[in-house]
Design a binder for this molecule. Sequence first.
Ligand code: C5P
Length: 241
Amino acid sequence: MNVKDRLIIALDYSNMEDAKKIVEILGETVSFYKVGLELFLNSKGEMVDYLTERGKKVFLDLKFHDIPNTTTMASLFAAKQNVFMFNVHASGGRAMMESVAKKVKEINPEILSIAVTILTSFSEEGVKETFQSQLSLKELALNLAKLTKKAGMDGIVCSPWEAKAIKELCGKSFKTVCPGVRPKWSVADDQERIMTPKDAIVNGCDYLVVGRPVTKNENPVKAAEMILVEIEEGMKEAGVC
Ligand code: C5P
């Protein structure tokens, strides 16, 4: 995987015009974008076509979570849209993920089916309050990662703080897609468990999802370039380039 393929810029915009503007500004510097619920709904899905028509890779971050049949039908839509990766909530369970992984590969063998374990905005206390579980945040995330792998999915969205343990548990080829990434020069915003791009790569993240440090920067191209340099440094340190 080359350096650029590892950086996914989160297009967290409420309208297509602003999203198109940042894609134009970033030009050839960035080749991979994440489209989440906000932009997908506000652009009535058109942002995905806009990006794929320009040769950009798309991570469709709609976090499907429903009964197996409904989630599979939604995932088949993603597969037909020519996206590079999409996701579901692992807490939807094994049957749901098995159905998604199998059916999607039948129509698009290249697409990456990813699951979300625990949102990176969760703190340890937040997890306890929500799930009333005796397990720690890390134990819960690892358990969901194992289930995802067993179900035949390609990888998970996780905090960079869990990526290493997840690789050890699920194997090297199991993909780790990591938000909660912040270069030293940027603010944490609402992310609780952050890591720098370089450390994230060294710690086993395959893909880094970065939003505001680039999109809200006064010089987005420079910010993306600085992150790409850090990713490259991380790859060198990890011996993966
Ligand atoms: O601006 P920032 O870099 O915090 O953006 C991170 C992106 O990753 C946002 O689009 C957010 O919704 C997404 N995300 C996350 N934590 C997850 C899954 C997705 O922050 N577990």
